[in-house]
Design a protein around this ligand. Structure first.
Ligand code: C3B
Length: 795
């Protein structure tokens, strides 16, 4: 972009002047955005040219969510221009961080699954691998959260502006998607074919976002589809205004629930639009060598939301290219692979057959045929009825998307070792036995470029000072920090940076929410979506126990702690919303109690998102990863905290298990039941929370207070929480693990008494975190599943 700071400053000021408008931060933002974009466009063109010339295998990652976060700062980091630009702007009296604050992050994801997809995009480009994303361009994104009387309210996030948008419209690549209509058999030159009569057409228009890899050489594409009216639909079977409204609705919002399958027609329309538009686009680029499709492309489906890619690819090959079934099936099942992200029963997608049959009649026929042929082959193998039932794609009028995805893909993976084992041994046991080599593990990762190099530039600088900069390319080299865990001056610098990041967070919160936090307190942070299994409830119950103890026991005066919460609840998830309400109520009580407030402070960060995470994670001393064992498929926040030197308090769940394995249990605070125990209790229905309450005076007292309404505002909130813990049988084992959790917290306080030792443990965490870079994950996918070849960029 510019070879020196002076050159940058000159270009920047020239461009500002040439606008001839009043100087403002907004104008500075606009100009910096344009300058960065100019540079990116060139690399983008060059990357695409290289891919075309080299005919390298391309990966297409289809995902209903891409939670990319703010873009400008990350692009400057990846282009290696961040410091130069920052210093240049400084000299012109402009704060780069303030420019960055003007960007509204596109909320195109709910949580872990969407953020994982974004990390993967960054790693693909940074490893110079030809991998692109396909997603949807939700106009209102995920909702913005506010608290009113402690209750969550939701508003759309309007991230799309008039100018300087992250994406570029590609009208030339728009495609039409048919919904409804009737399937007709027609006679073609080469035999019978099907055709959909009188469908309702919807136009899918792509918007492209450049994905800038490390050093700016490779720029891949994230293509997001937007639904619009199609001019093929001049006569639809309904009033045109209704058609217009319904069409615009399709990509209006992201479904705000990532843990509950909703079965709504609009969601199905979204899923099909994503799959059909993406596949039409992919096939139009590869139609000259369809036979070789599995050699020239790989398609990864991120969870089952894009599982309609399987029948859609079949449809295209059979109906549009006149292939026979066997040939189409062979190519489809060698092209598509699938990642499973959950074993929660309620999140497993199931679609009512009638719904698919009416909205997507041709797709329905193909799914039926896939199911029929699969069942036939199982019968020929002599499978019993029970196995047949479990393996059927369509059962009792319901289409099981996970089974469709497994049957239709060549490889299937879980996202952490424990999760993959549970899939293979329990949830998908029969499928695993049927396809013994299909299942494999790919433990999730996070991009260290956003979560360390960008979010914590100070720590990143310290690491480089100590071990050189090679770790940025090979993050596993962070292990060299191990030798610095005994180096006093390194430890001291680490502590100073932690304090600085706390100050930055405090400043941010003060500005955003007018909250004042004690920088010398322990920052204990629990940020993620609100869900029963993630057990925010256990955290707040523990704080109530601490409060009681402080009030009761005049010798108990623990070191001050600030407990941070952040996260959204799905608008229809009553349990999660009740827990949010209770946390806010408890916060008011504890924060306003003069005695307790000296030791405990509760901060609920409003509207938790990627931007907030970038403030919170580097400032953390303690990372809360306390899900009910067996429920969290992997978790990725756990990795981000570790990489920033926070210590984990956590259960043996998801990727926590591997984190403890890497860093050693002596450098973490491990507690609670194991997955096996939880699953046994569930199987035998043998957990009774009343036994815990009766045998533990502290918990008994806590329950009495809850029943009395000491911790809630209004009876409904109290009744609900008590009802969950007592009458609903405490489904997430909150009371069961509560004392073991409290003990782990005691250990945290003991450890914090020795600041040097604490810092040492933090450094050990950073040193052990390299393996959790998504560069490692992506390399493993590439080696084992996609078989991509690096395309070195020339610049
Ligand atoms: C999440 C899981 O809950 C996390 O454990 C996991 O780390 C991430 O996916 C990424 O693999 N998940 C999600 O965010 N949304 C879903 N629908 C299912 C899983």
């Amino acid at each position: 972009m510019f070879s020196s700071k002076e050159e940058f400053k000159k270009t920047f000021t020239d461009r500002i002047e040439s606008k001839g408008t009043e100087k403002s931060l907004e104008l500075a933002h606009e100009i910096l955005w344009e300058m960065t974009n100019d540079w990116i466009q060139e690399s983008w063109k060059r990357t695409n040219q290289l891919y075309e010339e080299n005919h390298e295998k391309q990966l297409y990652y289809i995902s209903i969510e891409f939670l990319i976060g703010r873009v400008l700062g990350q692009n400057l980091i990846n282009l290696n221009f961040y410091n130069l630009v920052k210093e240049g702007l400084d000299e012109l009296g402009i704060e780069l961080s303030e420019i960055e604050e003007l960007e509204i992050e596109p909320g195109l994801g709910n949580g872990g699954l969407g953020r994982l997809a974004a990390c993967f995009m960054d790693s693909l480009a940074s490893l110079e691998l030809p991998g692109h994303g396909y997603g949807l361009r939700y106009r209102g994104g995920l909702f913005t959260q506010h608290f009113v009387n402690g209750n969550q309210t939701e508003q759309p996030t309007n991230w799309i502006k008039d100018k300087n948008n992250v994406d570029t419209r590609r009208e030339d690549l728009a495609v039409d998607i048919p919904y409804y209509g009737e399937v007709q058999l027609v006679m073609g030159l080469d035999g019978m074919r099907t055709k959909i009569e009188n469908p309702e057409w919807v136009k899918a228009v792509p918007y492209d976002i450049p994905i800038v890899g490390a050093n700016g050489g490779t720029v891949n594409t994230l293509r997001l589809w937007q639904a619009e009216v199609s001019n093929r639909s001049s006569s639809v079977g309904k009033e045109y205004a209704v058609y217009e409204r319904e069409t615009a609705h399709i990509t209006d919002r992201l479904y705000p629930d990532d843990s509950l399958e909703t079965g709504k027609i609009l969601r199905l329309k979204q899923q099909y639009l994503l799959c059909s538009a993406s596949l039409q686009n992919i096939i139009s680029n590869h139609k000259s060598s369809l036979e070789k499709l599995p050699e020239s492309i790989a398609i990864q489906i991120n969870d089952t939301h894009p599982a309609l890619a399987v029948p859609e690819l079949m449809r295209i090959l059979i109906d549009d290219f006149s292939w026979d079934w066997e040939r189409a099936w062979d190519v489809t099942t060698r092209t598509i692979s699938y990642t499973n992200h959950t074993i929660l029963e309620e999140a497993m997608e199931k679609w009512d057959s009638h719904l698919i049959q009416s909205l997507l009649p041709r797709i329905f026929l193909i799914i039926e045929e896939i199911d029929r042929r699969f069942k036939e082959s199982l019968q020929n193998q002599g499978k019993d009825d029970e196995t047949l039932r479990k393996l059927s794609i369509i059962e009792d009028g319901v289409i099981k998307m996970a089974v469709l995805a497994v049957v239709g893909s060549y490889r299937v993976n879980g996202v952490a070792k424990l999760h993959t084992e549970i899939l293979k041994k329990r949830e998908m046991k029969e499928l695993n036995e049927q396809f013994p080599n299909k299942f494999h593990n790919k433990t999730n990762g996070i991009t260290h470029r956003r979560w360390l190099i960008k979010a914590n530039q100070e720590l990143s600088g310290l690491v480089t000072e100590a071990i050189g900069s090679q770790w940025m390319k090979e993050p596993e080299r962070l292990s060299e920090l191990h030798y610095f865990s005994q180096n006093q001056s390194f430890l001291q610098n680490f502590q100073e940076i932690k304090s600085l990041k706390k100050e930055q967070l405090i400043h941010h919160l003060q500005r955003d929410q007018n909250i004042i936090v004690d920088p010398s307190s322990i920052f204990d942070i629990h940020i993620k979506r609100f869900h029963g299994y993630k057990r925010q409830l256990m955290n707040i119950l523990h704080i109530q126990m601490l409060y009681d103890r402080i009030k009761r026991d005049s010798t108990y005066r623990p070191y001050p702690r600030t407990f941070f919460f952040g996260g959204k609840a799905a608008p229809s998830y009553h349990f999660a919303k009740q827990v949010i309400k209770m946390i806010n109520t408890v916060a008011t009580k504890v924060n306003n109690d003069p005695l307790a407030r000296q030791h405990l402070h509760i901060v609920f960060v409003e509207n938790y998102n990627v931007t907030q995470a970038e403030y919170l994670i580097p400032a953390a001393d303690v990372s809360e990863q306390i899900s009910t064992a067996s429920k969290e498929a992997s978790g990725t926040g756990n990795m981000k905290f570790m990489m920033n030197g926070a210590l984990t308090i956590g259960t043996f769940d998801g990727a926590n298990v591997e984190i403890f394995e890497q860093v050693g249990q002596e450098n973490a605070f491990v507690f609670g039941m194991r997955a096996e125990q939880v699953m046994d209790y569930e199987k035998n229905h043998s957990y009774n929370p009343k036994e815990i309450i009766e045998s533990d005076v502290e918990i008994e007292k806590l329950m009495e207070e809850l029943v009395k309404g000491d911790w809630t505002e209004g009876k409904a909130n109290a009744d609900f929480i008590v009802g969950q813990l007592l009458h609903e049988g405490d489904p997430y084992f909150v009371l069961k693990d509560l004392q073991s959790y409290a003990k782990a917290h005691e250990k945290i306080l003991d450890a914090y008494e020795n600041p040097i030792k604490w810092a040492e443990m933090g450094v050990e965490n950073i040193a052990a975190s390299g393996i959790f870079s998504s560069d490692r994950t992506i390399q493993q996918y590439s080696d084992d599943v996609w078989h991509l070849t690096k395309v070195p960029s020339i610049y």
